[in-house]
Design a protein around this ligand. Sequence first.
Ligand code: HSE
Length: 299
Amino acid sequence: SSISVFAPATVANVTCGFDVLGFAIDAPGDTLELTLTETGEVRITEITGDEGKLPLAVEKNTAGVAVLEYLKHLGIKQGVDIRLHKQMPLGSGLGSSAASAVGAAFAINELMGAPLERKDLLPFALEGERAACGFAHADNAAAALMGGFVLVRSYEPLDVVNISVPEDLFVTVIHPDVEVPTKQMRKLLKEQVPLKDAVTQWGNVGGLIAGLMSSDYALIGRSMEDVIVEPLRSTLIPGFQEVRKAAMEAGALGFGISGSGPSQFTFSQGPETAQKVAEAMEEVIKSLGFTYQVYVSKV
Ligand code: HSE
């Protein structure tokens, strides 16, 4: 039997929430087709939309790893053919590797008759993330798997909490066409954080969650500040300060790097503002000579 699934792109970190906050967007995303076979082997038989950049070797591909880990957990030997259709840019900060891993974990579980609950599939997707960037960060994968806005409250044990968001909260994401691998962007980070910065950061995380849950748009905006990761990464992101300025002047509530970049995102109240913000951001990226994709979605 066969199944075809869609897994969405995600925005991780959401400014102050490095490795703990993320949310799914309506589009883009990946489509995966999985087929059970008699070969006894897990194979990636086709990848489209990646310009030949992704590994076909199962144990190096996030989708392949997720399926291998899932079958290992169940203790069964099962042939599976995976066809992966990438419909979003790689190395973009849109959770591309997570989407493939989550789609694969979800699909194989369905094909096996859904013995595991959806939330219990996260560890398999995280092994895919580990294969892609060296660290099993859960902010993209949990958001792609569960949908909506999530908080990874803890890694050990894994504890993922869904956060409600205001009806009228919209995201604008712009992706300048440059590839910045997450692995490289994680190497920039420091192991130690000054206490003063930690205090600012957890104040903001608390404020952002409180703002989202109580539909306090001003509080959401005030809390969208990252004093730990963004100062290190933003220097490698094309036009970061100019795009921020343009987005804020066009009425965005707040602005930040999407995941590890180079995509950048904003929150806005209402679709009209989110669209205006999109146009303002596009102007800057265009003037810098980049081609780009822009996405507007309800959060
Ligand atoms: N939290 C991860 C990071 C997200 O910032 O490295 C990568 O998309």
